[in-house]
Write a protein that binds this ligand. Structure first.
Ligand code: ADP
Ligand code: MG
Length: 375
């Protein structure tokens, strides 16, 4: 059974519909990413799950119970914000203890006032929870420091620690890495993924960065204009996108999209080369999608000229212009490649990896051409 279920969620701010019917089921312990361009409704969806925003219609189910109208504090979800929101005058330990104290306070309204002895015992209990969380996050040495004495990454971990002590059903994170510099952001991806494995708690993670989604999640939900376009494991989203929007959104450098043609017998051609077959009813113009690794330099094949050579150390991206009809494309090659700017090269296409998109942007079922044996 799904632990978290978002059912037919819609949200309008005045006249503007920002969520247009979102369904998503999340299993216990899953790391699910909501990813999409800025303004597509990711934060709104997360806030609806957290209870910080009310949906216009639809249902939020957590652990089998309808939580749609339950206040945030009673959903036992931990929200980690981008801005960390740590109290500057409190130490990391005190910051981490705050949610537990707040919980005590709200329960205290229904309990008799506790005496100083009890308070000390309770403090030790809270401190134990804090130490345990600090150990998990490897921030014990920071417990006595104030936020001003921490680096960006350490502040990030302190904020996570504060969420962790509450032992929540799930962690909800909204672009938690966007304030960090590039190197730290990449490092924190690994840390968060490891933390998730250690904790085994559900993570719902919002980002506009497809690389974060690809590297960390068990499943990613690609959003656009208030809808989820496709949900699946990163490999599936990358290798098997169901629409041109999803294909374009994931992958860096982006997928090559070139105008192709389907003839009346369903044959797919690109620059006069036959790539394979789709159903005949799709005859007409199509878009041919090829990831930068779908094209390889070969002794013969499509002819192109090297326009730019982008050296990334481990890989080189060649920016090419085909010679017959001018089309720009980008291929990934190994660092040893002799191809230099201005050179003419030939490209072989890995037909099995070609994607064909129809006029509405939907992916068309495609049977790749079987290569004749080269004698
Ligand atoms: N409180 C609000 N009032 C009016 N419009 C809002 C409000 N919050 C968000 N929006 C609009 O809803 C859309 C989705 O916003 P948001 O969920 O923050 O997107 P994302 O997190 O994907 O960038 C945006 O167009 C935004 O301007
Ligand atoms: Mg947002």
């Amino acid at each position: 059974m799904a632990q978290i279920e978002l059912k037919a969620i819609t949200k309008a701010f005045g006249e503007t519909e920002v969520l247009k019917g979102v369904d998503l089921s999340i299993s216990e312990g899953e790391f699910v990413t909501l990813v999409g361009p800025s303004g597509c409704g990711k934060s709104t969806l997360l806030r609806i799950l957290a209870g910080l925003e009310a949906a216009s219609s639809g249902q939020v189910v957590i652990g089998g119970a309808d939580m749609t109208h339950i206040r945030p504090a009673d959903r036992n979800l931990a929200m980690v914000f981008q801005s960390y929101a740590l109290y500057p005058h409190l130490t990391v330990a005190e910051n981490m203890m705050t949610p537990l104290k707040m919980r005590d306070l709200s329960r205290g309204q229904r309990l008799p006032i506790i005496g100083p002895m009890m308070a000390r015992a309770r403090y030790r209990e809270l401190m134990n929870s804090v130490r345990e969380a600090a150990e998990t996050l490897k921030i014990e040495p920071l417990l006595g420091r104030k936020p001003g004495q921490l680096s960006g990454g350490q502040r990030q971990r302190a904020a996570l620690g504060r969420a962790l002590v509450r032992n929540p059903v799930a962690f909800l994170m909204d672009e938690p890495l966007s304030n960090l510099d590039a190197a730290l952001r990449v490092h924190m991806r690994t840390e968060l993924a490891e933390l998730h494995r250690r904790l085994g708690t559900t993570f719902v993670y919002v980002t506009h960065d497809q690389a974060e989604a690809l590297t960390m999640s068990d499943r990613m939900a690609v959003m656009r204009e208030g809808r989820i376009l496709q949900v699946g494991p990163p490999e599936e989203i990358y290798n098997d996108p169901q629409s041109v929007e999803v294909a374009e959104f994931v992958g860096s450098p982006p997928i090559n999209l070139l105008p192709g043609e389907v003839n009346s017998s369903g044959q797919v051609t690109l620059l006069d080369e036959v790539l394979g077959q789709v159903e005949r009813r799709h005859a007409g113009p199509v878009l041919i999608g090829m990831r930068p690794e779908t094209l390889v330099l070969a002794p013969r094949g499509l002819e192109a000229q090297v326009k730019h050579r982008e050296n990334l150390g481990s890989d080189i991206f060649l920016h090419l212009k085909t010679t017959s009809i001018e089309r720009r494309m980008l291929v990934r090659v190994s660092p040893g490649t002799p191809a230099q700017i201005g050179d003419r090269v030939h490209l072989a296409i890995d037909f099995e990896k070609v994607m064909v998109f129809g006029q509405t942007g939907d992916r068309l079922p495609f049977a790749a051409r079987v290569l004749e044996k080269i004698a």
